[in-house]
Write a protein that binds this ligand. Sequence first.
Ligand SMILES: Nc1ncnc2c1ncn2[C@@H]1O[C@H](COP(=O)(O)OP(=O)(O)OP(=O)(O)O)[C@@H](O)[C@H]1O
Length: 627
Amino acid sequence: MSRLPVMSTKRVLTSSSSENSQDMAPAQKKMRKDQDPQKPQTATTIIGDKRPPAAAARAPLYRPVRGAGAATVAVAPSRGVPKQVKASSAPKAASVKQQAVTKPAGTGPTRRQPWDLKGKVSDMESKIRTYQTKIKSLSEDNEVLKGSLAQSKTKAAELEREVERQRRKISEFEQEQQRLYGVQNELEKVSSEKNVLQKELSNLEQKYKVNETLRESQEMELQTLKMKQSVQETTMARLQATLKETEEVVTSLKETVAHQKDELHAGEMERRQLHNTIQELKGNIRVFCRVRPLEDGGLTKHIQLAPSDNKSIILAKTEESHTGKTADTQKNYHFSFDRVFGPQASQLEIFDEISLLVQSALDGYNVCCFAYGQTGSGKTYTMEGEEVDDTRGVIPRAVQQIFRAGAKLQSQGWEFSFTASFVEIYNETLRDLLYSGKASKRPEHEIRKAANNEVTVTNLTYEKVYTEDQVLGLIALAKENRSTAQTALNDRSSRSHSVFQLQIEGVNSGRDVKCKSTLCLVDLAGSERMVKSQSQGERFKEMTSINSSLSNLGIVITSLANKESHVPYRNTKLTYLLQNCLGGNSKTLMFVNISPEPDSFGETLNSLRFASKVNDCVIGTASSNKK
Ligand SMILES: Nc1ncnc2c1ncn2[C@@H]1O[C@H](COP(=O)(O)OP(=O)(O)OP(=O)(O)O)[C@@H](O)[C@H]1O
């Protein structure tokens, strides 16, 4: 028996080590069983990490990872080695096992006696050996762990590369995903566009259907139109043939028209000649007698008109027997004129007779028409008439005829221009009846005769007129001017002559023909003779003037009729003014107006005698003022 005491404490230590070793062994085993030491849990954790790649990327690469049931493994180099040694449980377990084998089972730690130095040394040596074994075992473990660490590092590097690769892949996937998002958006857009297009397509299809229907109907229409066109082409061909024929006809008609125009012109000239011949045959001075009706429209016994003829008038006067023993004697004065108009004759009938002379004026002959007779015998009524259509007198009717005939002759190439003047002669003084200025500035007038024998009046209004209405306006103005003077001097119009003149100029430029003439329409002053003893002052002067001009008118007409070398035109203003209208180159018509009242018998007789004298005159052949 050894005196060396057995140290119980060692046993405890060993036992605890053994226990630890025993405790550790199943854990170690479990770890080996559960875990492949070649595949550290960290790699699995990283690969299997469900965190998003970005979070995983942010995690520290060398973070300590706790394996299932294993000791903590620190891969950080600064803290690694001592902890690894402590953590490595496998070699430690092995050495504890060995120790347990060297000691008898069921024996506790032996305590050495203080004197048992040998035993203590032996224990110490045993301890040293145990430690050496432990160190060796730990070194081996360390080596294993180093290898494992190197493997782990390699694995970690691989894993990092893998992670990097996976990240790149993820980034690529993300890019792809983004691209796919874009594609998806694009797809959605395309899809909505597709919907729109589909709707449009559907609309277009409907439209197409409608158009198709329309096209079909139009095709039918086209067919109809083609048929019509064909018919029309046939008609056209026919019409063209007709047109050609018509053109030929038109050409020949144009020639005919030109020929007929020539003939028409020749006819017009011939008509003028014949017309003039008729007028000459009727006499270049003609006298018409017009009897004014009584107020009741009838006629007195002393004026007798032959019912069968309209050219003679008998003025009958019953003379009482001076002795009373014999029966009363009736003295008849017979007069005959170119026409005698009774009291019932209308203004139209009167004008019909002188319209031929008015036509002569348009043909280029000077025409003078004047009314002679005592005051109140109807001179103004005959020349001017009243404003109602039926009662219009010679002047407005002549103006109307001139303008209408002038317009008609335009078709034969004639262009006419007209100039109007209206003058009053009172007491041998001329007064412009178309004057419209201030009365105080009324100019004086003189009659002038130009080298070409044209008679003009100085300062007189010569108004260019273009329409009938314009002339009627001037006549109205003249009437107004006369009535103003009338108010100033009672009954003045009866004691003045009024002369309306219309100068006519015609040009047929195509045929180089011109004509110029004057139409004079004169309302003479009252022809009644006054008893000399009753005439005094102004009235006497007036009477003398009137008598002078009227008797001079007779003298001029007689001189012309007798073809005297000297015709005393200049004796009075009236004859001087009417010179060209009375001369050889003119046609003259005198109305002798008579009053039917018995007390006008004397004046009527005088008027008829004067007119009869004029009627006996034959003024030389008139020639048209052609150029
Ligand atoms: N043929 C006729 N038919 C109806 N009435 C007429 C006719 N002639 C004249 N008279 C009327 O007789 C009156 C006098 O006529 P008018 O004034 O024309 O005479 P006159 O000769 O011109 O007179 P004066 O010399 O004073 O101007 C007027 O009222 C007019 O209307």
